[in-house]
Design a protein around this ligand. Structure first.
Ligand code: HEM
Length: 137
């Protein structure tokens, strides 16, 4: 069973004795885990009751850490207009990196143009050579 929480609901759980975190739109109750966290309680309290997706991903947590997360899941986040937007993107979502690949798409276009230009120049050169040769006969 998965309960739905609004961002406001989650924000109420922002203390050491009652600590919820949102990671990729899933709500986790970290209250019992906070004392066991190898990264310390301080970092978790910094993002208690908030979207911790970016903080969690920035650390590069192990698969083991992700398995621990599974056990702490209490529900999903129901986003509403005006809620803070997560900074960290889900894999596959549009990200600044996707823009970079867009720019490289432009780069491919430029290379294609250079190639076509070169081919045209070569064709013109060969044509002129043939004309020249024809005149000499
Ligand atoms: C419920 C959520 C979380 C779980 C289950 C979790 C779990 C873990 C685990 C198992 C480790 C040991 C290293 C590893 O296996 O990757 C770890 C390390 C760490 N975590 Fe978390 N973590 C959570 C949230 C966070 C958040 C929100 C932050 C930062 C704001 C954070 C910061 C760190 C740091 C800095 C370390 C490295 C500690 C070190 O190597 O000295 N963690 N975490």
């Amino acid at each position: 069973m998965s309960q739905e929480f609004t961002y406001q609901d989650v924000a109420e759980h922002n203390t050491k004795k009652d600590c919820f975190l949102v990671i990729h739109d899933v709500v986790y109750d970290c209250t019992k885990f906070i004392d066991e966290h190898p990264g310390g309680e301080e970092v978790m309290l910094d993002v208690a009751g908030q979207d911790a997706s970016e903080a969690f991903e920035d650390v590069g947590h192990s698969d083991e850490a992700r398995e621990t997360l599974e056990a702490l899941k209490v529900g999903t986040l129901k986003r509403q207009a005006g809620d803070p937007v997560p900074k960290a993107q889900l894999p596959g979502a549009l990200s600044p990196a996707a823009n970079t690949s867009g720019a490289s798409g432009f780069g491919v276009g430029v290379y294609a143009l250079m190639l076509i230009g070169g081919a045209l120049a070569y064709a013109t050169y060969t044509y002129l050579q043939q004309q020249q040769a024809a005149k000499q006969v």
